[in-house]
Design a protein around this ligand. Structure first.
Ligand SMILES: C[S@@+](CC[C@H](N)C(=O)[O-])C[C@H]1O[C@@H](n2cnc3c(N)ncnc32)[C@H](O)[C@@H]1O
Length: 283
């Protein structure tokens, strides 16, 4: 929802903007125009591949990109000699580059190692997460983060394979389990593995905890009148953003209901269909 981001961020005439999820830099490029010649865009991304790409390209004036979670925004501000930003943008989820990389496990259309980490240099891959957790913990994660009704069956199969000394290590192995456990039906018009992969990605990257902690701290990072815009793709994420904005009186909520992408954008990019944008202003 790039046009909406530019609209809501421009309204507060920012000089310093944090792009907490730099990805391919699409938002940052637009935000460079918003901050003007004297301004600065600070990008953050957890994925070392994103930083490697940025470093292999010619440096861009007024843009600093850091490797790290958006939860570390205060450190990035400090490293830039600043205490506050005037706006911050979060575009949650994964990028098309990550989806296309067969070694990361994000796309269940291609086989590869079942990793699913945004930062493959830290934490544990999804295959290891499955090996270390109990059947109940796996089922709960798939149910809670993926809203998958057949979570218990899937977890049972995963654990049974481990007991047979055939642990689930690859994308294809997990897809095969999902196909067997999730019946095609009116509630399952999507690929049978979609919800399970989403749930595991959220669990392995601790996405909801990081988002929750960040929303609690973000008012400290923004100047008065500054704005935070969050694009989420999952109902749990959206609920976290909605409640954090509503329950903290340092925020003035600017979007009573979440904004949705235009039909044109969805036609152009099918992955945007579940996007929801919420914006709040620091009082
Ligand atoms: C949807 S993409 C962002 C696309 C970007 N807005 C653009 O225009 O190219 C999401 C990005 O957020 C990154 N990401 C996910 N969780 C993160 C976190 N906690 N901190 C920083 N980056 C994160 C992912 O690695 C991915 O590159």
């Amino acid at each position: 929802m790039p046009e909406e981001i530019v609209h809501w961020v421009s309204e507060c005439s920012p000089t310093v903007v944090i792009d907490g999820t730099y990805g391919a830099g699409g938002h940052s490029r637009l935000l460079l125009d918003v901050v003007g010649d004297e301004g600065l865009v600070i990008g953050l991304d957890r994925d070392p591949a994103v930083l490697a790409r940025v470093e292999s390209e010619p440096a861009v004036d007024r843009l600093s990109v850091f490797l790290g979670s958006y939860e570390q925004a205060a450190k990035a501000l400090q490293a830039s000699g600043l205490e506050h930003a005037d706006a911050m943008v979060l575009d949650l989820g994964l990028s098309s580059d990550q989806l296309a990389d067969r070694d990361r496990g994000f796309s269940f259309q291609h086989d590869g190692p079942l990793d699913l980490r945004f930062d493959p240099e830290n934490g544990i891959p999804a295959s290891e997460w499955l090996a270390r957790n109990s059947e109940k913990a796996i089922a709960d994660a798939i149910y809670q983060f993926g809203e998958e009704r057949f979570s218990r069956r899937i977890a049972r199969e995963i654990v049974a394979r481990g007991k047979r000394r055939e642990p689930v290590r690859t994308v294809a192995a997990l897809v095969e389990i999902c196909r067997r456990c999730v019946p095609r039906g009116k509630h399952h018009d999507i690929h049978p593995a979609t919800r399970t992969f989403q749930a595991l990605r959220i669990a392995v990257n601790e996405e909801l905890d990081i988002l929750t902690r960040t929303l609690q701290q973000a008012p400290d990072w923004l100047s008065s009148g500054g704005r935070l815009a969050v694009i989420s793709f999952h109902s749990l994420e959206d609920r976290i953003v909605k409640n954090a904005f509503r329950d903290d009186d340092r925020w003035n909520v600017l979007t009573k209901k979440p904004l949705r992408p235009s039909e044109e954008e969805v036609a152009d990019n099918a992955r945007s269909r579940s996007a929801k944008l919420r914006v709040a202003e620091r009082r």
